[in-house]
Design a protein around this ligand. Structure first.
Ligand SMILES: C[S@@+](CC[C@H](N)C(=O)[O-])C[C@H]1O[C@@H](n2cnc3c(N)ncnc32)[C@H](O)[C@@H]1O
Length: 206
């Protein structure tokens, strides 16, 4: 666990409300659009990496998904989510961990990452993340990732971030994942800035 990074994110979530952060989305519609088409069974095991306060979990619970794990480096972020969900979120598992060192103990059918992977800028952490995914997906599982795209921000939350095209992401995850779909899209921040994003759906078919 990178302690400085954890302290950074704890501070963010202690001092900023859900609506104030640049990555705020009332409704994670792009993720939902990709997910819906997969028609995964309700007992599918689902992980959201760097879930923060995202409402993707609310959508999943509403649709009856019962095996959901939320991971974030910030304990505060997960506590806020847990409080928001209340009784609705009783079945949700919460893990405080650094994506750059986290080793999943379960296997997943769907791995979601919106705006987390692009914060990993060290080769070791990126390598670890891709290895972890390849070890932790069931055959036929999907990985949906949304990162800053080409021409996207170079910094977010005062931290350096990377930008990826769909081809870049294919290359990074080539060891075990095949790209099925991609979408170049834009996110409008609460202050009105437009950020370029790349979403890619991958399948683990080894
Ligand atoms: C830009 S926010 C996106 C949050 C959420 N996915 C969403 O779409 O609203 C990035 C999230 O990743 C978390 N994060 C950043 N670096 C991380 C790391 N190395 N490991 C785990 N989580 C991390 C942050 O705490 C934050 O919640």
């Amino acid at each position: 666990m990178n302690k400085d990074l954890k302290a950074h994110w704890e501070e963010v979530y202690q001092n900023k409300s859900f609506e104030e952060v640049s990555w705020f989305q009332e409704n994670p519609e792009t993720s939902i659009q990709f997910f819906e088409k997969l028609n995964l069974p309700k007992n599918a095991s689902i992980i959201d990496m760097g879930a923060g306060e995202s409402h993707f979990v609310d959508y999943l619970l509403e649709k009856g998904y019962e095996n959901i794990t939320l991971v974030d480096i910030s304990e505060e972020a997960l506590k806020k989510t847990q409080n928001r969900l209340g009784d609705r979120g009783k079945s949700v598992k919460y893990i405080v961990a650094d994506a750059g060192t986290f080793k999943a103990k379960e296997k997943y059918d769907f791995w979601h990452d919106r705006a987390t992977f692009h914060f990993l800028t060290g080769i070791t952490e990126i390598e670890h993340y891709t290895q972890n995914i390849c070890r932790s997906l069931n055959t036929g599982a999907y990985f949906l990732i949304g990162t800053f795209g080409e021409g996207g921000p170079k910094k977010c939350s005062d931290l350096e971030v990377y930008q990826y095209s769909p081809d870049d992401l294919s290359e990074v995850f080539a060891r075990c994942l095949t790209q099925k779909k991609s979408l170049k899209t834009e996110h409008k921040t609460p202050s009105g800035t437009v950020q370029k994003f790349t979403f890619c759906l991958f399948k683990y078919d080894r």
